[in-house]
Design a protein around this ligand. Structure first.
Ligand code: FES
Length: 108
């Protein structure tokens, strides 16, 4: 398998039991740090870092499908990483997530 194909594999990043009902955690997927969210029983993944500055969204405040950056309170939609509130104007990457038994897998 080429290293490029390998880089697109599904990777186990957490267990469903690591989460409360509405929650965000930092996880490692290969060389990337991601923010992994649980909202309404579904899981979503985005880049960990805010696009506006050096702040970890894992330390942000999750309300519904929006994560609020802890530094300047910018908002992102966790479903697709799109900007959802100022001062954020640039989106972040989002990643496919699937649940296999108790394992949460992310495609990176
Ligand atoms: S660093 Fe996230 S909104 Fe400024």
């Amino acid at each position: 398998m080429s290293s490029e194909a390998k880089a697109l594999d599904w990777q186990r990043v957490a267990s469903i039991y690591d989460f409360d009902d509405e929650d965000v955690l930092c996880v490692q997927a290969g060389s990337r740090r991601l923010a992994l969210y649980k909202v309404n029983g579904e899981f979503y993944a985005t880049d960990e870092m805010c696009s506006h500055g050096k702040a970890s969204l894992c330390e942000g405040f999750l309300e519904g499908y929006r994560i609020e950056c802890p530094l300047h309170q910018g908002l992102f939609d966790v479903r697709d990483g799109s900007p959802a509130g100022t001062p954020v104007t640039e989106g972040i990457n989002s990643y496919l997530v699937q649940v296999d038994g108790e394992d949460i897998l992310v495609k990176v």
